[in-house]
Design a protein around this ligand. Structure first.
Ligand code: HEC
Length: 155
């Protein structure tokens, strides 16, 4: 029977590979929970950026289409004050978008949706709604928000 020769160099090399493999596995096991911790906050950050960009677009569309009646900062004029607590806390986003889309028949408030002959897509209307919603924090208390110029009379 030929004796198998023991090769210490080979044994050393094999061990070295095994230790590296173990070290890499440990690193990966340690990184996975870190990924789980950081990934949701990365998503939340992406969501915030997305919303900020929507608000910015909405602001540009608002300035062009709405500011003449509702005021550059929503303070109102010919139309109701849209930056008021009274308006913003009483309507959810879907209602606001729907109001902008269909307008108020028989008033100066036209229908803005392409579906009703207006100039804006539903994405543009949603952007305006996001812009108005961003006013909610710190919106002034304005009981007379529907008639900011006092046109209806009665003081
Ligand atoms: C020509 C003037 C005018 C323009 C331009 C205008 N609005 Fe209006 N808006 C009004 C008037 C007037 C009312 C009140 C209608 C009523 O209730 O009689 C109104 C009502 C509204 C309301 C409902 C508020 C409530 O009573 O609950 C919203 C929301 C609104 N406008 C958003 C917008 C947005 C957004 C734009 C731009 C896309 C816009 N408006 C453009 C005049 C205007």
């Amino acid at each position: 029977m030929p004796e198998r020769t023991y090769d210490p160099a080979l044994e050393k090399a094999t061990n070295r590979w095994m230790w590296w493999g173990l070290a890499i596995m440990v690193v990966m096991v340690a990184i996975f929970p870190l990924y789980r911790v950081y990934e949701p906050s990365a998503r939340a950050e992406a969501r915030d950026l997305q919303l900020a960009s929507l608000v910015e677009q909405g602001g540009a569309i608002y300035s062009l289409n709405c500011a003449s009646c509702h005021g550059q900062n929503g303070e109102g004029g010919l139309g109701p004050a849209l930056n008021s607590q009274q308006f913003l806390t009483s309507a959810v986003d879907q209602q606001v978008s729907a109001l902008i889309a269909v307008g108020v028949p028989g008033s100066q408030m036209g229908a803005y949706s392409l579906d009703f002959g207006g100039p804006l897509t539903s994405e543009q209307i949603e952007a305006i709604t996001a812009y108005l919603r961003a006013w909610e924090e710190g919106a002034p208390d304005m009981p007379d928000w529907r008639d900011p110029l006092g046109l209806a009379g009665g003081g």
